[in-house]
Design a protein around this ligand. Structure first.
Ligand SMILES: O=c1[nH]c(=O)c2ncn([C@@H]3O[C@H](COP(=O)(O)OP(=O)(O)OP(=O)(O)O)[C@@H](O)[C@H]3O)c2[nH]1
Ligand SMILES: [Mg+2]
Length: 197
């Protein structure tokens, strides 16, 4: 069997890495560097794109990064890409409390993957999102806001569902599938060009 294509994921988050390994490990040889890259303020797309450029300069080659957000319907999409800082300062209970005065508990979990072939190349973005609602914390507090996000049409939060179920339906899995399809197509094209040479 042909060697698996290598893919370098730059992230400071070990839980993201574990999920990426589960989602991509069968198809790619996933390597990683743990750097907490500086993130500008802006939309998730802008953050992912800039993070990716910095990561490529650091790695001096092809890399991908991802930015994840959680937006509340009642707050017009906030905290969105700033969820990490909200979570660190007010915790899960604080996030639930933020919506106390609203009947609208809807939320969207989203993931933006940015991939580049190297420094100087414009990153390509792959997005995934899942609609759900914010509930009182349920399940292990292992990964971020998993215990308070309940995807629509499920009775579990991300934290109480089997990890394989989360990986089958999550915002991350949707974005990863798009990245995978893109890279596989690219590889096919390169192989067919090599045959023609
Ligand atoms: O419950 C969760 N389920 C998930 O599926 C998920 N994915 C990310 N997160 C958290 O949301 C913030 C994103 O911020 P973020 O994208 O900047 O990540 P990060 O700074 O931790 O790593 P990175 O930027 O180095 O890759 C951080 O607090 C992450 O822990 C998640 N929480
Ligand atoms: Mg980050």
């Amino acid at each position: 069997m042909a060697d698996k294509q290598k893919l370098l994921f730059v992230t400071g988050n070990k839980n993201k890495l574990a999920e990426m390994q589960a989602l991509l490990g069968d198809h790619f040889q996933l390597d990683s560097i743990s750097i907490d890259l500086p993130e500008l303020q802006g939309s998730s797309n802008e953050i992912a794109r800039e993070k990716c450029k910095k990561a490529a300069e650091f790695a001096k080659g092809p890399v991908y990064v991802e930015d994840t957000g959680l937006g509340f319907g009642a707050l017009n999409g906030l905290p969105g890409p700033y969820i990490k800082w909200f979570l660190e300062s007010i915790g899960l209970e604080g996030l639930v409390k933020m919506l106390e005065g609203y009947t609208d508990k809807s939320a969207v979990a989203y993931c933006t993957i940015a991939y580049t072939t190297g420094p100087g190349s414009e990153p390509i973005l792959f997005e995934g999102s899942v609609k759900g609602s914010i509930v009182n914390p349920m399940g292990p507090r292992t990964f971020g806001w998993d215990p308070i996000f309940k995807p629509d049409r499920h009775n579990d939060t991300y934290a109480t569902m089997d990890p394989a179920v989360k990986n089958a339906i999550s915002h991350r899995s949707v974005a990863v599938l798009k990245l995978r399809q893109y890279l596989e197509k690219e590889l096919e094209l390169r192989r067919s060009l090599a045959v023609m040479e």
